[in-house]
Design a protein around this ligand. Sequence first.
Ligand SMILES: *Cc1c(COP(=O)(O)O)cnc(C)c1O
Length: 423
Amino acid sequence: MNTFLNTLEFALAQDAADPLRAFREEFLFPQYSGRPVIYLCGNSLGLQPKGASAALKQELDDWATYGVEGHLKAKHPWYSYHEELAGCTARLVGGKESEVVVMNQLTSNLHFLMVSFYRPSGKRRKILTEQRPFPSDTYAFASQIAFHGGAPDNDLVEMRPRAGEYTLRTEDILTCISELGDELALVCFGGVNFYTGQAFDMASIARAAQGVGAHAGFDLAHAAGNLHLKLHEWNVDFACWCSYKYLNSGPGSVAGAFVHERHHGKGLPLFAGWWGHDKHERFKMERTFKPMPTAEAWQVSNAPVFSMAVHRTALEQFDRAGIAALRAKSEQLTGYLEFVIGEVAKESGAKLEIITPADPAQRGCQLSIVAHGKGKDLFHAISAKGVVADWREPNVIRVAPVPLYNSFEDVYRFGVELISVLS
Ligand SMILES: *Cc1c(COP(=O)(O)O)cnc(C)c1O
């Protein structure tokens, strides 16, 4: 669509025609001066689905009613709670049910998966990642390298963009992979970089990495629930994500992992726990670990049911909306945001540079703005107007209209507040 208008009338008409508009009513918005805030921060912490408290209460009630017997008698038996999430999760990330598992936390999952997929040996020791990955990932990569006796300064390679550019070109990533060749053990990128909002071509990166004998993994913290993922088809080796950003499952809620089926049942080294043991024999309590022939082999502990209850509610919303429909709306909504920011810049004379790629295939819903000469002051000024966005050092304001609950009106109102603080 190239017929955007920066008017309330236009925004309201878009909302009226939005087939997903009813989902907004299913969320709790923080209030500001008696009306909902302009919440553009679902990339940091998604809003609470109204159904979350009933789902949580169900588990508390079942615990009160059944005590330990809730493992089998609860409405959603705790023993197999995670299994009920496999269908929605598989549809969300484009995997098979046997390839996904909901467990642990994101950085923990990254570590557990690297135990299997980062196995440096001989000269093949390097990990390639994008410039400025999320700090937790850098710590995980560096500590895994050190754990294997390597030197992070040497073995962790962060790809830098070309001079004068903010984001990476796919052709440069592929060239870098082929140049590192047999020194490369693992390529692990974010699906979407948290800072720039750039979405990477995961299929091409995976193919290139595997072509030189390395594994390809992705941290989907900013991609799950944001992009239309096809992990199985893209043939990625592994992936992990958190559930509290785009997946609206609450602070610190349970995370997810994907392991491609070609790695199942192959005896890959892993850190084992009883929930990864063959479930039919788990309670024989035998000494020898017999892994599940699925991604569940990587599971170590029993299910954190309270956070899974909220996660279930949130995943069911994605299932009802459908990720394809969400993505279609997202491209429009983020395109509109880009347009509105451009109009505000024109009108105010402010230099608002969007560093996120303009190509919809290379971004999700987030736009990262560098406000030259304004920076953090501008962020504080819009916050004081009831806009919830976020600031990332050194100089970026991130805004993310999420298609499940944000509206075109939100984007329009964001523009109104932005112009009011700039003039
Ligand atoms: C949010 C985020 C994390 C956070 O890790 P937790 O283990 O969930 O605390 C890690 N990596 C990336 C890329 C993120 O965006």
